[in-house]
Design a protein around this ligand. Structure first.
Ligand SMILES: NC(=O)c1ccc[n+]([C@@H]2O[C@H](COP(=O)([O-])OP(=O)(O)OC[C@H]3O[C@@H](n4cnc5c(N)ncnc54)[C@H](O)[C@@H]3O)[C@@H](O)[C@H]2O)c1
Length: 378
């Protein structure tokens, strides 16, 4: 077993939603050990959390700049090799940029930056750095999503003509309808979340899934947002028509006010020879649809799956694996890249996905603001 990769954590404190997913994911395949962190903006909170999860406190720094400064003083074989950024959105860009400039690999939460301009700057920094950059579009780590990609790549659906991605949640309902609450969460504050709430937070996952599974690029789009209240500057619901080619069209639907919905990400791709349908809340079932044959159900771990899909399962068929395993698969792919090992480009989303995502978010806002018109992606 090679030596564990020394991992630093930024954000993801005990008070966070996503921190536990990253921590568990980083341990699952025995590739990483957490050696340093800034879990919270308050140093005492960071230290207390490190004690709670039993991580040595000598490298729990008071802030991000101190982490970089102090780690650079350590011998290279002790220094953090990769930092995982799990903070609110506005910190992704400055943290990722400084890390790459100082020779650290980066694992970063989405949306990658606050806007497309920052994304392009980060792309340049990344090119110069020669370091690994992995973006945690978690859902691409599911074995059956990977299977979908490989089946489409192998031409099993023939020419694609229709795509339908939906990401429906209802969690913002108790916040959005209360004036005081809706002005106090970071996800509805453009200074902290960026120009979009719903599309920036979850629509971008659906967009990423569409490009990841089909291997095609969205060329143009038309978006209609709902903000619900005059004083709310951020979309909480949006429908996007997309064109991926002259005869490849579809829709990305995304909502944070879909009452009663939990984490309803679903994607369906239809082609001349068949269709594939997958839903995040039942991630171990991939449905293959046909006009002439009964519906088929693909499940993880069986030898009939592609190499990329099988790389993402650890247990024999019938042992359900879920979101922690999907994120762990992204960490596993990033570990291979960090160690200079061979990997499939479907094993983790990259800077290119981050750039596409930011281009998508900006264009949805532009389309809506111009009066729901068609706009072209770069
Ligand atoms: N990949 C996914 O499926 C997924 C799911 C949820 C959230 N996210 C993304 O993860 C990020 C965090 O989301 P969340 O829901 O966990 O947010 P959160 O508000 O629950 O947690 C953010 C954490 O960052 C810490 N933090 C804030 N400022 C900091 C600073 N200056 N230095 C160090 N730590 C700091 C907070 O103390 C907290 O622990 C967001 O960018 C979000 O879009 C991704």
């Amino acid at each position: 077993m090679p030596k564990k990769i020394r991992l630093g954590i930024l954000g993801g404190g005990g008070d966070s939603l996503i921190g536990v997913l990253h921590r568990v994911a980083s341990f699952i395949n025995d590739n990483y050990e957490i050696v340093g962190a800034v879990f919270n903006p308050n140093h005492e909170d960071s230290l207390a959390f490190a004690r709670e999860i039993d991580i040595p406190t000598n490298r729990i720094y008071k802030d991000f700049d101190t982490l970089v400064e102090e780690e650079l003083k350590l011998p290279e074989d002790e220094r953090i090799q990769v930092c995982s950024i799990q903070t609110p959105n506005f910190l992704h860009f400055p943290m990722a940029k400084k890390l790459l400039e100082n020779g650290f690999h980066v694992i970063c939460e989405k949306p990658m930056t606050m806007n497309y301009e920052e994304a392009k700057i980060l792309q340049e920094t990344h090119k110069k750095s020669g370091k690994v950059f992995a973006l945690t579009h978690t859902y691409t780590g599911y074995p059956m999503v990977r299977q979908m990609r490989e089946m489409i790549k192998a031409g099993e659906l023939g020419k694609i003509h229709k795509v339908d991605a939906r990401y429906y949640q209802g969690w913002i309902n108790p916040i959005i309808h209360d004036k005081e609450k809706r002005s106090s969460v970071w996800r509805l504050d453009p200074k902290k979340a960026g120009i979009s709430s719903c599309m920036g937070d979850i629509g971008v996952h659906a967009f990423n899934m569409v490009e990841y599974t089909t291997g095609l690029k969205v060329r143009s789009l038309l978006c209609d947002f709902n903000y619900l209240y005059e004083d709310n500057q951020m979309d909480v619901d949006g429908t996007v028509l997309i064109r991926m080619g002259d005869h490849v069209k579809g829709v990305i639907r995304s909502s944070q006010v879909a009452t009663g919905e939990e984490n309803g990400l679903a994607i369906a791709i239809y082609g001349e020879k068949g269709g594939l349908r997958w839903e995040q809340e039942n991630p171990n079932f991939l449905y293959r649809l046909s006009d002439t044959e009964p519906i088929q159900v693909y499940k993880p771990g069986h030898a009939y799956n592609s190499e990329l899909s099988l790389e993402g399962t650890k247990l024999p068929p019938g042992h359900p694996e879920g979101i922690f395993d999907a994120m762990a698969n992204i960490y596993k792919g990033a570990a291979k890249a960090i160690r200079g090992e061979k990997y499939n480009d479907g094993e983790f989303p990259t800077m290119e996905d981050g750039l596409r995502g930011m281009n998508f978010i900006e264009n949805t806002v532009a389309s809506h603001k111009k009066g729901n018109v068609w706009v072209n992606m770069d």
